[in-house]
Design a protein around this ligand. Structure first.
Ligand code: ATP
Ligand code: MG
Length: 393
């Protein structure tokens, strides 16, 4: 691959780079944006790597955020308050598979050498328009190859998250993983158990949103053995089977997709330390995904809508991507929503206070009566009038 003469570096990034250079610190563009631009993909999110120590970066710019100073990363805010990451040339001197102790005051070459894959270790000088590609990342971009910088076993043992990053980039760009890198990923997969759930979750979710096909990402996680460790609730299925194809038809929603794949979604989402809201969503999906109403029976559809509440659209998405692509249920649901049929106790024409005034005893009986009235109204929405309901009490 020939390097282009120039890359379209945004003005704000150029300004930051120039400032650092004027202060005497060599500064280069690196990382994902270089890779993406070489692939012809739009990405304006250029990271900068510089000889300036973090303290100097903070001193040179008015507005900075120390996003990871111990690793040398400072975010510099531009005129529009957008953050640009500036990282000091660094070398990892001690690693334990999860964290690194880093040393500053090293060269660009050292900095590129500690990066994960050759395609992520290319640097471009925004002022001089020079390129540095000591690990032949451009050739791997052309050959569509994910390859570790240096010895893959060693590199994965420094930070096991790189195994998952390899899978993500492979699925995103539809690149092969180099045989030695793939072999090392499999050999070191047990190390993934040491990672924090948050890092694994972010990586898995990012993979789902960026993969060319989610089925490919899942196949990689299964083949390498990462799924066995972190996603054991995923019901294993052979490649090319029905569910894999369903996967590619679902909306790119990581929680929905993870829940779809899991035999016990709540347990999987809990392991991944998802929010309570996401775990509840997974639980509802697990509970309801095989219990769809008969679309021909309107009261049944209304009762279902009332019971599944905010999760109805998730369940409809799973239904139409999977077992029943031509189900009339979504249309029926639309018509019920358009008619504004009452579906919850809140929609009833009477309140708890009305029931008390009508002589219902305070206490659980109020809620029970409201539920009973709701059941009648779900059967026939025309019953939802104040007088009608009070006459039934
Ligand atoms: P994207 O942002 O599209 O996911 P990216 O390559 O920009 O891809 P980032 O996580 O933003 O990924 O990291 C920026 C760069 O930092 C990478 O291109 C890579 O050079 C380096 N890097 C990130 N994470 C690691 C890691 N775990 N080990 C080694 N290098 C890493
Ligand atoms: Mg990035």
């Amino acid at each position: 691959m020939n390097f282009p003469e120039r890359l379209p570096i945004p003005d704000d990034v150029l300004r930051i780079a120039r400032r650092l250079e004027e202060a005497g610190y060599e500064t280069w563009c690196v990382g994902g944006a270089i890779r993406d631009n070489l692939l012809g993909l739009e990405n304006h999110d250029f990271d900068l790597t510089t000889a300036a120590p973090p303290g100097e970066v903070r001193r040179l710019f008015k507005r900075t955020v120390p996003v990871g100073v111990e690793h040398g990363t400072v975010a510099v805010l531009d005129r529009e308050q957008r953050a640009h990451e500036v990282t000091t040339f660094r070398r990892d001197i001690k690693t334990d598979g999860r964290h690194a102790v880093v040393e500053f005051g090293v060269s660009l070459m050292d900095d590129l050498a500690r990066r994960d894959f050759t395609i992520n270790a290319i640097a471009y000088h925004p002022g001089r328009h020079e390129w540095r590609d000591p690990f032949r990342g451009a050739a791997d971009l052309e050959g569509k190859l994910i390859r570790s910088v240096g010895d893959p076993n060693w590199r994965f043992q420094e930070d096991y998250l790189r195994i998952l990053r390899a899978l993500r980039f492979s699925a995103r760009f539809q690149f092969r993983i180099h045989p030695h890198t793939l072999e090392a990923a499999k050999a070191n997969v047990q190390g993934l158990a040491q990672l924090s759930a948050e890092r694994v979750r972010d990586e898995w979710f990012k993979g789902i949103t960026t993969a060319a096909r989610v089925s490919k990402l899942l196949t990689l996680w299964l083949d390498v053995g990462a799924a066995r460790i972190w996603l054991p609730e995923i019901r294993e299925r052979g490649a090319g089977s029905g569910p894999l194809r369903v996967l590619d038809k679902l909306p790119r929603d990581p929680v929905l997709i993870t829940a779809f794949l899991a035999s016990d979604p709540a347990s999987l989402l809990t392991r991944l330390k998802c929010s309570n809201k996401d775990i509840e969503r997974g639980r509802a999906i697990g509970q309801w995904r095989d219990k769809h109403p008969d679309p021909k029976h309107l009261p049944e559809v209304r009762r279902w809508l009332s019971a599944v509440g905010e999760y109805a659209d998730d369940l409809l998405a799973l239904l139409t991507a999977g077992s029943a692509p031509r189900s009339p249920l979504p249309k029926i649901v639309d018509s019920i929503r358009a008619a504004r049929d009452p579906l919850t106790v809140k929609d009833l024409a009477v309140t708890g206070d009305d029931l008390l005034a009508a002589g219902v005893r305070p206490g659980p009986e109020v809620g029970e009566t409201l539920q009973r009235l709701l059941a009648e109204v779900l059967e026939d929405p025309k019953r939802n009038t104040r007088d009608g309901l009070l006459s039934r009490v």
